[in-house]
Ligand binder design. Structure first.
Ligand SMILES: [Zn+2]
Ligand SMILES: [Zn+2]
Length: 446
C-alpha cells in the first residue's frame, strides 16, 4: 500500500462511527423502489455538506453528486449505492410506516458509497486521482410492486421498472465511464464479485374462460384453470430443450386460480419470469414460453392475454479486476478475503447487468448480515464489516482506478467492448414491452 492508500484507510477508520450511523439511519427507515425520498434527501444533504454539487430527481428519486467540477474529456468513475428496500411487512425489522425492510442490505451499499467520501474528499487524495468520481444513489433495484410502477409509467414518470434501466434511458449514465457496485453477501466476508448473472423477462398471463356450476353444468363453462394446467405442462416439457450452460430458469405462480371449488374458473392469472444468462437463450426460452401459453388457450378455447415486460439483462464480467481486487485485499484488513469461483453464474438477476452491457462494471461483496438475503429475519450482525469495510473498498477502488494517470481505468476501458450502445439498449427494452391478445373470447358450444 502506498501513502495515499494508507491515508484512505485511516480517514475511513477515523469516521467509522459516522459511517455506521448512516447505515443505521437508512436501515431504520427502509423505503420501496421509486419512493426513496428520505434516503435520497439524506444522501444529497450529506454530499452538499462536503460542498459537492448534486443532481436530483433522476428517475424519480435518484441523485448523483460530483466530487469535482466536471472537466471535458476526463475519466469518470461512479460509485453506486442502491436505495430501495423490500416489501416484507411481517419482518421484525420492517418499518410500520413504509412496510418495508432492508433485508437485501442495500442500506450497506449506501453507507459504504457515502462513507467513501470521508477519504475521497481529502485534497491530497483528490490530487492523486486523474479523473472524477460520481457518487450515485440509485432507485428501485428490486423487481416488486409492479402495479405501483405501472402507475408511474402511465403518468409518464418512468418507462422501465429498474432504476438503473431508467437512469440509462434518461442519459444519467452518459457521463460515466466505469461503474463500481457492491452487494451484501451474508456467506462471505469480502470478495470480488465478477460473475455472470441471469437476465430475465417478466410475464403476466391472464386466461379468460366462462364460469358455471362445476358439477351441475360443466358443459356450460370453459375452465380457465385447464388452460393454465396445460400451459404449465407445456412449460415443463420445454425444460429438456434448454442447454445447461444457458442456466435457463422459468418460474412463477398462479396469482389468481379461480373463485371456488364448485365454480368453473373464468379467470386465471399467472406471473412468471423467464431467465437465462445470455440474450439468445432468453429469446429462445421466451418463444417457448409464449407458445406454451398459446397451447393452453388453443386447446381449451380460452381467451388469453400475454403481457411481456423487460426485466434485467445478464451481467457480463470484465476481464481486468485489478483495481477492485487490490481494494478488497487491502480494505478487508483482518477479515479473510474469499476467492470467487470464476465460472459461477448466478441464477438471479440485477439491473447492474444492464449497466454491464454498456460500460465496465466492477463489483464486490462484503458480509456482516445474517441469514440469506430476502429472508424476513436478515439483519446486520457486523456493522463494521458491512458499512465501514465497504466504504474502504469503495474509496480504494476509485483511487486505484484513477491513480498513476488513471492507468487501471484506461486499461480497463481499452479492454472493454460494450455489448450494446445506449440506443440499442433502449430498442431492446422497448421491443420486449408487448401485450399480445390471443382471442379474448372463450369458444362456446351454442
Ligand atoms: Zn434483493
Ligand atoms: Zn439487492
Amino acid at each position: 500500500m502506498n501513502d495515499i492508500e494508507q491515508k484512505i484507510i485511516r480517514l475511513i477508520e477515523e469516521h467509522q462511527e459516522e459511517i455506521i450511523h448512516i447505515g443505521r439511519t437508512i436501515w431504520e427507515y427502509p423505503e420501496l423502489g421509486y419512493k426513496e425520498f428520505r434516503t435520497s434527501q439524506l444522501f444529497c444533504d450529506f454530499m452538499e455538506k462536503f460542498g459537492l454539487k448534486t443532481d436530483r430527481n433522476l428517475a424519480v428519486t435518484g441523485a448523483k453528486a460530483y466530487l469535482k467540477d466536471k472537466k471535458e474529456g476526463e475519466l469518470t468513475i461512479s460509485l453506486i449505492g442502491e436505495m430501495d428496500a423490500l416489501p416484507i411487512a411481517d419482518s421484525p425489522y420492517a418499518n410500520p410506516e413504509t412496510k418495508a425492510a432492508h433485508c437485501c442490505g442495500h442500506n450497506a451499499q449506501m453507507a459504504g458509497m457515502m462513507g467513501a467520501l470521508f477519504a475521497l474528499a481529502d485534497p491530497q487524495v483528490q490530487e492523486a486521482m486523474d479523473g472524477n468520481v460520481v457518487f450515485f444513489a440509485v432507485p428501485s433495484e428490486e423487481y416488486v410492486e409492479m402495479e405501483f410502477k405501472h402507475g408511474l409509467m402511465d403518468e409518464g414518470k418512468i418507462r422501465y421498472g429498474g432504476g438503473k434501466s431508467e437512469l440509462i434511458r434518461i442519459g444519467a449514465f452518459d457521463d460515466i465511464d466505469i461503474a463500481v457496485g457492491h452487494h451484501i453477501s451474508p456467506s462471505v466476508t469480502a470478495c470480488v464479485a465478477n460473475h455472470r448473472t441471469n437476465g430475465f423477462l417478466s410475464k403476466i398471463i391472464r386466461y379468460e374462460g366462462l364460469s358455471s356450476h362445476a358439477a351441475d353444468a360443466p358443459e356450460r363453462g370453459v375452465d380457465a384453470l385447464n388452460a393454465a394446467n396445460l400451459a404449465l405442462h407445456a412449460l415443463q416439457i420445454q425444460q429438456e430443450s434448454y442447454r445447461d450452460q444457458d442456466t435457463v430458469r422459468v418460474h412463477g405462480y398462479i396469482s389468481n386460480g379461480g373463485e371456488a371449488m364448485n365454480i368453473i374458473a373464468d379467470t386465471v392469472v399467472m406471473e412468471y419470469s423467464v431467465r437465462a444468462n445470455n440474450l439468445p437463450a432468453i429469446e429462445d426460452a421466451n418463444r417457448k414460453f409464449d407458445r406454451s401459453i398459446q397451447a393452453g388457450a388453443v386447446a381449451t378455447g380460452c381467451g388469453a392475454r400475454l403481457v411481456t415486460m423487460p426485466g434485467y439483462l445478464p451481467t457480463i464480467p470484465v476481464k481486468d479486476t485489478r483495481a477492485v481486487r487490490e481494494a478488497v485485499e487491502e480494505g478487508a484488513g483482518s477479515y479473510p478475503v474469499m476467492e470467487e469461483d470464476p465460472n459461477m453464474i448466478a441464477g438471479g438477476s440485477t439491473d447492474f447487468g444492464d449497466l454491464s452491457q454498456l460500460m465496465p462494471l466492477l463489483q464486490f461483496n462484503t458480509g456482516g448480515y445474517s441469514h440469506e438475503l430476502h429472508n424476513k429475519q436478515t439483519h446486520p450482525t457486523d456493522e463494521y464489516l458491512a458499512y465501514v469495510v465497504t466504504a474502504k473498498i469503495f474509496a480504494l477502488t476509485a483511487y486505484k482506478l484513477l491513480k498513476n494517470k488513471a492507468e487501471y481505468a484506461r486499461e480497463l476501458m481499452a479492454d472493454f467492448t460494450p455489448a450494446m450502445t445506449k440506443a440499442e439498449y433502449i430498442r431492446y427494452m422497448d421491443a420486449h414491452n408487448v401485450t399480445e391478445t390471443i382471442s379474448m373470447k372463450p369458444v362456446m358450444l351454442d
